[in-house]
Design a protein around this ligand. Structure first.
Ligand SMILES: [Zn+2]
Ligand SMILES: [Zn+2]
Length: 138
């Protein structure tokens, strides 16, 4: 997925490819940190100072409705967002909340096996693993 493809998807669904929408998407795309809406707002408002947090939320919900990003909800914490919508492992540190992505063929195969076995097509999926990161281990 890249900027060009997103422009196409937005237009196909009747939405304008505004610079703000593209900036938010590209920020999540380039981030390895699974940023929160607040973090996204902080970053994007450097370029678009008049953009409010609620606008950021609107864009995030739009991108989610279009299936281009995924929201990861955590109890008692802000949601995090990512563009990686293919089956993968989120390795989460319970100490600092940092999330790392692990992509592996094993997971993709495992997931399609499950879909076949139980005869469904997943709208989305989420696989989380918890372990302390190198910093928090100490
Ligand atoms: Zn940690
Ligand atoms: Zn992830």
């Amino acid at each position: 997925m890249n900027r060009k493809q997103l422009v196409k998807i937005l237009r196909k669904n009747g939405y304008k490819a505004t610079p703000q929408r593209l900036a938010i998407f590209e920020l999540i795309l380039s981030s390895k940190e699974h940023p929160t809406a607040e973090e996204i707002h902080n970053e994007v408002s450097k370029k678009f100072p008049s953009m409010s947090l609620s606008t950021v939320y609107q864009v995030l919900h739009l991108l989610q409705d279009l299936g281009q990003i995924m929201e990861l909800k955590f109890r008692g914490q802000s949601s995090r967002f990512e563009t990686n919508t293919t089956p993968h492992l989120n390795l989460i540190c319970p100490g600092c909340g940092k999330i790392e992505d692990y992509n592996s063929n094993t997971i993709v195969k495992f997931w399609s096996k499950l879909e076949n076995e139980f005869d469904f097509e997943a709208l989305s999926q989420r696989i989380d693993g918890y372990r302390y990161c190198d910093v928090c281990k100490k």
